[in-house]
Design a protein around this ligand. Structure first.
Ligand code: NAG
Ligand code: NAG
Ligand code: NAG
Ligand code: NAG
Ligand code: NAG
Ligand code: NAG
Ligand code: NAG
Ligand code: NAG
Ligand code: NAG
Ligand code: NAG
Ligand code: NAG
Ligand code: NAG
Length: 655
């Protein structure tokens, strides 16, 4: 000791400390006694509660080096964590890792510190400090979260050594901004954080979050794309911060965990994939964690970190990058299969990050419904390349992302196949009407490429005019019109407007028993009425029409069985099936099915040969029976022409 103090070339600092030691006297003291003698009262208090007291108050070893922070250093550190030394002391043994981080496991006198950087294990197992000596003899100790200058050297405590330092060495980062600042691989992230006004938020030591921090290579790789889609960097950066407190290795399993982020518009999922932890954003590129569990902040309840930073190898994009990406994440598997089965140009368009346009994307249910109404299987449609191409072409509005706010009622939009779609907006429901089908938007405005393209998910497949498969009618009214059911249409038009609404609704889920013109003639004859009389008798007309509407439930003939009863809007009808056909029996008449299973939108139409007369009809109904031929009277024809003109506004169907 005396030798060292007298060694030639000792720094002024060393000389000063030797003088102080001379005053302090004995070296047969423990580390704890030495720091008490040096008036490092806050450090002494911390050591006393930490559980390190026995080790640090020993005069018989183990011999170590302690970098001892001043009271001012402890005050500064706790203030940076929005706390005080007293609060730190209340953590008791939980503070041990901090103080153990100040002790290296061998005695190291100032003169023995080599010039340059030396990494030394600390009593905080697995963590090293870097002791760095400059040519002029000054020593800096670098920890994970902070660096400290040695301001007084070589206080001897039995075989141990104490050096006083001006900062607390923290085995974690004080805050996220500091983690980025002290990690060279995060300099690009740090620059982006600073230039987008997020530095202050990420300097908050109270954040309880998880940060997925893209390394410089990842940042640089994404910058051109982000610029090309004019992405909001704030949206991108906030997407890398999950709002839950921590995610560490053991919490992550092969079943994905969903994490909310500071970007309220999008979540992330995290899952194990083999030995990797993979983060899946909305955007197509997943990221792999390449360095996990970098600790940030001090949780004053547990003594552990508040936040973990995980370094990742890709920037997480909070929006879909391609239409295929959006379709795949939304589970639109049938659409994806259709695109793959079709012309390669479709696949090229949906996987092109530069694609601009609007895609109307039928859901899996939409395909199932449409395939059922087309009476083909998915395999049949996928094999029918021409019709598949015509169909897909009718779902692409090229060149512009048309968001729902840009759509107006009765607007016409063109598609890549040249099929024109009519937009109908009513009560907040948006429909796209194609020549042979009508689809409702069920999920609007799925943005792709930050608004470069947009996907609207729809509930039906759009069937264009050039489709060569026999397509279902869009509405019951269209089916009735095509089948020449002019008297029925006249009756509907003359009656309650609600009937017309029902029969022109592509979503109407029901079964219509539709009397043919001959059925009306036969029934009118039997009732001894003419058509005008029936049409003028609104009350009975309404009762009669209601007895022909089964809802909910579109019953195909295969779903009917003998003696089955089904509810109409006015009473029950009984199904009779025998060798001569399928019959529906109402209270005062029954009718035979003439043409079964005409699919119209969601509904099924069976034409019948007689009008069903329910119990509450007050006409002289005579006897019910099968149909007979008849000729419509001139008055009926007059009514029909006006009814059809009206219907033409609503109904659209097979060309
Ligand atoms: C410690 O504090 C006491 C009382 O304030 C003072 O007398 C003593 O000189 C101080 N010792 C050191 C080494 O600063
Ligand atoms: C440290 O040890 C000395 C002697 O072994 C003892 O007198 C003193 O009370 C101890 N200090 C603490 C804080 O336990
Ligand atoms: C700590 O330092 C020792 C000795 O210098 C070295 O062998 C070891 O690799 C270092 N450990 C870490 C985690 O840096
Ligand atoms: C600690 O150092 C002292 C003085 O150099 C020495 O006598 C003692 O044996 C050392 N103790 C241990 C456990 O190495
Ligand atoms: C973080 O969690 C601690 C409790 O452990 C709580 O006191 C603090 O307010 C939380 N901070 C934020 C920003 O939510
Ligand atoms: C994120 O997930 C939470 C909970 O799982 C959910 O409530 C929230 O709606 C999701 N946010 C987004 C934008 O998907
Ligand atoms: C559906 O197609 C099958 C043959 O693929 C045919 O047997 C059946 O009659 C069709 N059904 C309807 C309602 O057209
Ligand atoms: C819808 O647009 C067509 C022409 O595109 C026009 O003839 C018709 O009057 C419009 N209908 C309504 C209800 O605006
Ligand atoms: C619709 O687009 C096709 C080409 O995609 C074009 O040939 C056709 O003229 C367009 N129709 C209208 C009405 O703009
Ligand atoms: C129609 O109604 C029936 C009976 O309520 C129901 O089972 C079926 O799912 C409905 N279909 C549609 C397409 O809504
Ligand atoms: C149908 O109902 C009739 C009488 O209502 C009855 O005689 C007959 O056995 C029933 N048939 C079946 C198959 O249930
Ligand atoms: C079949 O049932 C209908 C309606 O119930 C009836 O009018 C007809 O006579 C029956 N035909 C035979 C062959 O039983």
């Amino acid at each position: 000791m005396a030798q060292r103090c007298s060694r030639a070339g000792a720094s002024a600092l060393l000389v000063a400390s030797c003088l102080l030691l001379a005053v302090a006297g004995s070296s047969a003291q423990s580390i704890l006694q030495a720091i008490e003698a040096a008036n490092l009262t806050l450090l002494a208090a911390g050591i006393r509660v930490s559980g390190l007291e026995a080790t640090l108050n020993s005069t018989t070893g183990p011999n170590i080096t302690l970098f001892a922070p001043t009271d001012a250093a402890l005050l500064e550190m706790t203030a940076a964590l929005n706390s005080t030394p007293n609060v730190l002391v209340t953590l008791g043994p939980k503070v041990a890792p901090i103080f153990a981080y100040h002790a290296i496991s061998t005695p190291l006198l100032a003169a023995d510190i080599p010039v340059g950087d030396t990494s030394r294990p600390t009593l905080n197992a697995g963590l090293n400090l870097t002791v760095s000596k400059a040519a002029n003899g000054s020593v800096v100790v670098r920890g994970l979260g902070s660096d400290a200058n040695v301001i007084r050297t070589d206080i001897l405590a039995s075989g141990s050594v104490v050096h006083i330092v001006d900062r607390v060495l923290i085995p974690f980062f004080a805050n996220v901004a500091s983690a980025a600042m002290r990690t060279p691989q995060l300099s690009s992230l740090l620059g982006a954080v600073a230039s987008n006004g997020l530095a202050a938020a990420l300097s908050d030591p109270n954040l309880n979050v998880t940060v997925f921090a893209p390394i410089n290579d990842a940042f640089n790789a994404s910058s051109a794309y982000l610029a090309s889609v004019n992405a909001s960097i704030v949206d991108v950066l906030t997407y890398h911060v999950a709002t839950s407190r921590v995610v560490n290795g053991s919490e992550v399993t092969t079943s994905p965990i969903t994490l909310s982020t500071l970007n309220s518009k999008a979540n992330l999922t995290v899952a194990k994939d083999g030995n990797n932890v993979v983060v899946t954003p909305l955007g197509a590129t997943t990221a792999t964690v390449i360095a996990a569990n970098i600790p940030v902040g001090l949780d004053l309840v547990t003594g552990g970190p508040r936040t973990f930073v995980h370094l990742v190898n890709a920037v997480l994009l909070p929006f879909y990058t391609t239409v295929a990406n959006a379709a795949q994440r939304a589970g639109l598997t049938t659409l994806v299969a259709a695109v793959q089965a079709s012309d390669p140009t479709f696949l090229a368009a949906v996987t092109d990050p530069a694609f601009r346009g609007t895609i109307l994307a039928p859901s899996n249910d939409a395909f199932a419904r449409t395939l059922a109404s087309l009476n083909v299987t998915a395999a049949q449609l996928l094999a029918d390349k021409d019709n598949l191409r015509r169909i897909l072409n009718a779902h692409i509005i090229p060149n512009a992302a048309v968001f729902s706010t840009q759509l107006t009622n009765n607007q016409t939009v063109n598609t890549t196949g040249g099929a024109l779609l009519n937009v109908a907006i009513s009560n907040g429901v948006v429909r796209f009407n194609a020549a042979k089908s009508s689809a409702k938007v069920v999920a609007a405005d799925v943005s792709v490429g930050n608004g470069r393209a947009v996907v609207h998910v729809i509930d039906r497949v759009l069937l264009p005019a050039d489709l060569t498969l026999p397509a279902p009618y869009v509405t019951v009214a269209a089916a009735a019109q095509a089948a020449g059911l002019t008297t029925l249409l006249a009756a509907v038009t003359a009656s309650d407007p609600a009937f017309l609404t029902t029969l022109t609704d592509p979503d109407f889920n029901g079964t219509i028993l539709a009397p043919t013109n001959a059925a009306f003639t036969a029934t009118l004859t039997a009732l001894n009425l003419n058509a005008s009389q029936l049409l003028a008798d609104k009350a009975n007309l309404r009762r009669i029409l209601n007895a022909h509407i089964i809802t909910p439930g579109a019953y195909r003939s295969s779903q009917l069985s003998n003696n089955q009863t089904v509810n109409t809007l006015n009473g029950v009808v009984t199904v009779r099936i025998n060798g001569t056909g399928v019959f529906f029996a109402a209270a005062k008449s029954s009718a035979k099915v003439v043409t079964p299973d005409v699919v119209a939108g969601n509904a099924v139409v069976h034409t019948i040969d007689y009008v069903l007369i329910p119990a509450d009809v007050t006409l002289n109904t005579g006897g019910g029976g099968g149909g007979a031929a008849g000729i419509a009277s001139p008055s009926v024809l007059t009514l029909l022409s006006s009814a059809l003109a009206f219907l033409a506004l609503f109904a659209f169907g097979r060309n």
